[in-house]
Design a protein. Structure first.
Lengths: 248, 587
């Protein structure tokens, strides 16, 4: 029993330290028995590391990457007040997520049928997240070419892009292969995730999103600050892997 | 065919709060106790140490703490004339999975129900006259006085931080004057309050209300519980609900009971083992054990003398249906009891935005809050109001995490430059009040098996048919404006109100993981699935724990009452059932 556990653990540790995708992720689990009175079933200095995706882009094609970049940059634009999705590397985050278990919809109930839902019934797409992005970006470009003299989404002006996205958000346009609204909502959700996630996942580069709103990140002890009484608490953000100023 | 495992005295289905409490009690009797948990082993050091725990994407948005819908989900519709569709991504509620269950990712808001909540039908009818026929509200069959010692014990196991308001009938300054009597003060003093609670307390006092510190399963100081397990002071990190606590500061099965349990040679837990069915003997008079599927897809039979369902309410109810124990409720005829009286929680909220002051809500804890109970339960006169039950109004400072928390004022677009700038302007200058209301049973809100959707083994999903009722809407319409008035007295720039009851119940936005009913308790086999000791009327060696036994839900978070009922049941098994195995209440 013990040997089996150590083997599994070291496999996970090895796979993560090599920085590769853990393709089999949840299927590695196997039934275990823990008997009272045996040695405690945990090992010192071993923790279950986050799955943070592959190091390099694996999912988007170059054209999809450009489209995703343009799309996410309109959801959280760059302006003089601070960085947007682009500076935060949101597309790198999304690409890694879509290449991993999340893109496959591995944890989601995916059995059909898929009739049109009522407003209250929630997400009902037959597409995995990866499929939703692939079909969604293609449908977005097809729509833009049809309505904007053959131009793809990336070739529209920012005002034109905003108008298309607003029409998707407000259900004024429909795509054939995917629900335009569902794709927009999902793209918005993942853009926000990529802007504010821990930098270990590839987005929120240099904690740009956290700095912008004043979130101190993955800190875990604020006892010295609980009695702030309405005054600002200004702490530089820290990620799971630390902070740049630790080593500068 | 299933291979047989060696028989055990007790099999517990699931290994969260109720299983840990039950295992601790029954191993004390020398019984061989086995817990079957469909998720994995989890402990603080390995699975959510402080170096990993504050990870919003992983634990909340990627559901590392929650049951995968691929494994079990429900279908949902608002009424029985619609077609229910499966919940593919969790929204309104978040069932847990793994050792410790949802007790790992809860906030730790640990309220007792009021004495009148346990006799909701009798109490309200005596005071206000007969309830409408469609309100299938009933008494629990157990009283507050009977549960009091068990509330007390659970609060000591957890080390709840709080301030008593009623010690054996004496009203104590600073506590909740409306609460049921307590035999003792809380084991720990209240948490440190922060800016929002100070404003709330002043505003509520100014309106003649009675604010008190919320009872918290977050430690206000180091604590050793009666089992000898140590907890550490809370550090207000703001990663409580939806997260495991890396600091040993939040009471969970891991931080209070499991370390003791794992030293007992008569306790075993098998992980990655999903119970498929409760087995009955040939005459349908006794449970003989369960079948379960291990992670390799192999089916096993586990014989046991006692079978105790300790899963989440939704899973326990479905397991009863899939095992063919009892009749499934039918709203057209009113017959059948399994799945009847599904209830939830009626929530609304008030957002407060400040101009100058910083709320810094990233500094918080799951149960850091001040509460007023003046409008909960029957603490106020309902004459002429057209509803029963109530809600607490609370100023919580639990967290401010940027993927989830977007405190932008009404009228702000949901994306683009304006959204981004509003996020920056308000992220550190916002707080909110929470109105946490009772959900009364209605004959049209229920659970049954879905005719269209199946799980990975081809078994029907459970179908939820639920919408807010007239009682819910009137309750929310009456109490939310009181919260709004408190909010307006807290000195902010702007106040926004949102009530879930303005629309049909929506499965998407998170409301609360307080699903109740479906395996309800009561006084006779004609009105309930289990008797007052949580023992099945049909199979006397089957017991069902959890909030599924609530005949209707009160205006409080359910865990304290779930735990007290579990201990009450455990003591009945120890004191009565083991001496004379059979029905503890004669039908």
């Amino acid at each position: 029993m013990k040997t089996e556990r150590l083997t599994r653990r070291s496999l996970i540790t090895h796979a993560l330290s090599a920085g590769t995708a853990l393709a089999l992720y949840p299927t590695l689990l196997s039934a275990r028995e823990y008997r009272g009175g045996d040695a405690p079933p945990w090992s010192p200095n071993v923790a279950d590391q986050p799955y943070y995706g592959t190091e390099y882009g694996q999912f988007f094609t170059p054209a999809e990457r450009r489209a995703a970049d343009a799309l996410t940059a309109r959801i959280i634009p760059t302006d003089e007040s601070g960085p947007g999705a682009r500076e935060a590397d949101v597309v790198i985050f999304i690409d890694r997520q879509l290449a991993g278990f999340y893109g496959r919809g591995q944890r989601w109930y995916m059995r059909g049928p898929f009739p049109d839902p009522l407003e209250t019934q929630g997400y009902q797409s037959e597409h995995t997240p990866a499929g939703l992005w692939r079909h969604g970006l293609a449908a977005l470009d097809a729509h833009c070419r049809e309505t904007h003299d053959g131009r793809d989404f990336v070739d529209l002006s920012e005002q034109e892009q905003d108008a298309v996205l607003k029409a998707m958000d407000e259900e004024e346009i429909e795509f054939e292969t995917v629900s335009a609204k569902q794709f927009f909502d999902f793209a918005k959700e993942m853009t926000i995730e990529g802007y504010f996630c821990d930098p270990v996942y590839g987005g929120n580069r240099d904690m740009a999103g956290w700095r912008y709103v004043g979130f101190p990140g993955a800190r875990y002890d604020y006892r010295d600050f609980i009695h702030h009484n309405g005054a600002p608490v200004e702490l530089p953000p820290v990620g799971l892997l630390g902070a740049p100023y630790w080593t500068r | 065919m299933a291979d047989r495992r060696s028989p055990v005295d007790v099999v517990l289905v699931g290994f969260g709060w109720t299983a840990a409490l039950m295992a601790q009690e029954l191993t004390e009797e020398g019984l061989e106790v086995l817990a079957l948990e469909r998720g994995g082993w989890r402990d603080t050091g390995t699975d959510f140490p402080t170096t990993h725990a504050p990870d919003e994407l992983r634990y909340y948005w990627r559901h590392d703490m929650f049951l995968e819908t691929a494994r079990e989900t429900q279908t949902f519709r608002n009424n029985r004339h619609q077609i229910a569709l499966p919940i593919r991504r969790w929204g309104s509620y978040l069932p847990g999975v793994g050792v410790g269950g949802a007790g790992v990712h809860w906030n730790g808001q640990t309220f007792r129900f009021l004495p009148s909540d346990f006799v909701a039908k009798t109490h309200n009818e005596e005071r206000y006259g007969p309830l409408p026929e469609e309100m299938t509200v009933q008494d629990y069959g157990v009283t507050y006085d009977e549960l009091e010692p068990h509330f007390d014990w659970f609060e000591k196991i957890c080390g709840i931080s709080g301030k008593a308001g009623n010690i054996r009938g004496d009203i104590v300054e600073g506590g909740n004057p409306f609460e049921g009597w307590r035999s003792d003060e809380y084991p720990n003093p209240p948490l440190e309050m922060t800016f929002a609670q100070h404003r709330f307390e002043a505003a509520a006092n100014g309106m003649g209300l009675h604010p008190f510190p919320a009872p918290a399963a977050n430690m206000s100081r180091g604590y050793t519980n009666p089992l000898g397990v140590q907890l550490a002071p809370c550090t207000y990190c703001g990663f409580c609900e939806k997260f495991g606590c890396g600091n040993f500061s939040k009471s969970s099965p891991q931080t209070t009971i499991i370390p003791v349990l794992m030293k007992k040679p008569n306790f075993t837990v098998r992980t990655h083992c999903e119970v498929m069915q409760v087995l009955k003997d040939r005459n349908g008079e006794r449970a003989t054990g369960v079948t379960y599927m291990d992670a390799h897809g192999k089916l096993w039979e586990q014989p046991a003398e006692l079978v105790i369902l300790c899963g989440y309410q939704l899973s326990n109810t479905r397991l009863m249906m899939l095992s063919g124990i009892g009749e499934i409720y039918n709203p057209r005829t009113g017959e059948g009891l399994v799945g009847k009286n599904y209830t939830y929680q009626v929530m609304s909220g008030v957002d407060i935005f400040y101009e100058e002051e910083f709320t810094n809500e990233f500094i918080g804890a799951g149960s850091l809050g001040m509460v007023v109970d003046d409008y909960n339960g029957d603490n106020f006169d309902h004459s002429g109001l057209g509803f029963i039950g109530g809600a607490y109004i609370a100023s919580w400072t639990t967290h401010q995490r940027p993927i989830e928390s977007h405190p932008t004022p009404e009228g702000t677009p949901g994306w683009g430059l304006e959204w981004k700038r509003a996020m920056r302007k308000n992220f550190l200058k916002h707080t909110s009040l929470s109105i946490h209301g009772a959900s009364m049973a209605h004959r049209e809100n229920y659970l049954d098996l879905d005719p269209n959707y199946t799980d990975q083994w081809g078994r029907p999903l459970m179908r939820m048919t639920f919408d807010f009722t007239e009682n819910d809407r009137r309750l929310s319409d009456y109490i939310t404006p009181i919260a709004e008035e408190i909010a307006r007295n807290m000195g902010g720039r702007e106040v926004n109100v949102s009530q879930f009851t303005d629309d049909n119940y929506d499965i998407k936005p998170y409301q609360t993981t307080h699903n109740t009913g479906g395996t309800i308790m009561g006084q006779t086999p004609a009105d309930s699935v289990v008797n007052r000791y949580l023992q099945s009327w049909e199979l006397p060696n089957l017991f069902i724990m959890g909030a599924g036994v609530f005949p209707q839900n009160a205006g409080y978070n359910p865990t304290d009452t779930v735990a007290a009922l579990t201990l009450w049941s455990a003591r009945a098994i120890r004191g009565q059932y083991l001496r004379n195995p059979g029905p503890l209440v004669q039908a």
